[in-house]
Ligand binder design. Structure first.
Ligand SMILES: Cc1ncc(COP(=O)(O)O)c(C=O)c1O
Length: 378
């Protein structure tokens, strides 16, 4: 395994900063604003409660499972049985990795979006299996062409990772794609894992659907719902897996051998988050829209034409002519002291693109954009 990609990037940034250079990092997508106060207050109360200090159960507290089910009903119109269709995860990343161990035999196959969130390919490798890539290209709206998956690969595959709104491309799911995914999964007996990390981070009136709202989805799939991005809770490690009861049971059985569950005080803070007001999320999304428009406008000025994404906290843009993903990211770092992620970090189909995360304060984004305009104007 290579080191996790941001580990190398963080070292480069630290070196530059140690040399006195004011580096602006728009690399990693880690919300810069604090967790909403009503969630922090719930945590303060919960952490003082001795009942939550003991080992949690991997099955999760009933309050958390119920809150997830209610949220899914209200937000997505999806019925979830809190008894066996929802359990906590210690962040989506844990869940994705452990699903690989739960479902892939050595030599097995997972289908993974390319470009995609790195655990979709790293997980199978660690489980001694392999990832077969599903290229996401702009011409197809960054959804995989399931009809193009070779028959032998589809026959071997046990898992398929999908993610909309999509990291890194910012794409949202086109009408009808989830239906295609359900019938593909049914035909080839594949478990769909839909990663919903960005469902609450959407713009311009777009509301992201749940994969589980697709007819038949619960028979073939699970959804990984994370509170990290939408609720500014990346440090808390609060997520859940919902959907197919049998798949969840299998994941749970594996997990009981690996970890000891999600701290119950965090589960109670998760309840507060899911039941809380939506105003703070709406204001956060207004902030991201402002930043997105700043970035998109500046990129257009330097000759990079890029659509404004309707979801996620990223702008995914083609590199200017004559550059590779890494040569452009290097140029931006050297000339403007701004960190962007080279698209090739997310898989071979990410070559020719770079990603900007909108998770720096407005004034830092303005400064970054100003530097890019100044140093990179054609
Ligand atoms: C698509 C996707 N899924 C999951 C995660 C991580 O979620 P969590 O913080 O719940 O592990 C990220 C973080 O960048 C992501 O981009």
């Amino acid at each position: 395994m290579p080191p996790y990609m941001f580990q190398q990037l963080e070292r480069r940034i630290a070196e530059k900063r140690a040399a006195g250079i004011d580096v602006i990092s728009l690399g990693i997508g880690d919300p810069d604003e604090p967790t909403y106060p009503y969630i922090v207050e719930a945590m303060q109360a919960a952490v003082a409660e001795p009942a939550y200090h003991q080992y949690p159960s991997n099955r999760g507290r009933e309050e958390f499972r119920r809150a997830l089910a209610e949220f899914y009903e209200q937000r997505f119109g999806v019925e979830i049985d809190p008894e066996d269709e929802a359990i906590p995860a210690i962040g989506a990343k844990e869940c994705i990795y452990n699903l690989c161990f739960a479902f892939l035999d050595p030599g097995g196959v997972a289908l993974a979006a390319d470009p995609g969130y790195p655990p979709y390919t790293g997980g199978p490798v660690l489980a001694n299996a392999r990832a077969e890539l599903l290229p996401l290209v702009p011409e197809l709206g960054f959804v995989p062409d399931l009809g193009a998956v070779p028959a032998d690969v589809a026959a071997e595959a046990r898992l398929m990772f999908l993610n909309y709104p999509n990291n890194p491309t910012g794409a949202v799911v086109p009408e009808g794609f989830f239906e295609l995914a359900v019938s593909f999964a049914r035909e080839h007996e594949i478990l769909v894992v839909h990663d919903m990390a960005y469902s609450e981070t959407t713009y311009d009136g777009y509301v992201a659907p749940s994969f589980l709202a697709t007819p038949g989805a619960k028979e073939v799939g699970v959804e990984v719902f994370s509170l990290s991005k939408g609720y500014n809770m990346t440090g808390w490690r609060c997520a859940a897996i919902l959907g197919n009861a049998e798949a969840i049971q299998t994941y749970w059985r594996l997990k009981t051998n690996i970890d000891s569950g999600l701290f119950e005080a965090i589960q109670m803070a998760g309840v507060a988050a899911l039941q809380g007001p939506t105003g703070p999320l709406e204001r956060m999304n207004e902030t991201y829209v402002r930043r997105r428009d700043l970035v998109v406008g500046a990129l257009r000025e330097i000759g990079v034409d890029v659509p404004a994404p309707k979801g996620t906290i990223y702008v995914w843009a083609p590199v200017p002519e004559g550059h590779s993903s890494t040569s452009f990211a290097e140029l931006v770092l050297e000339e403007a002291a701004v960190v962007v992620s080279p698209g090739s970090m997310y898989g071979p189909s990410g070559e020719g693109f770079f990603r900007i995360a909108l998770t720096a304060p407005d004034e830092r984004i303005e400064e970054a954009v100003e530097r890019m305009r100044e140093h990179l104007k054609p």
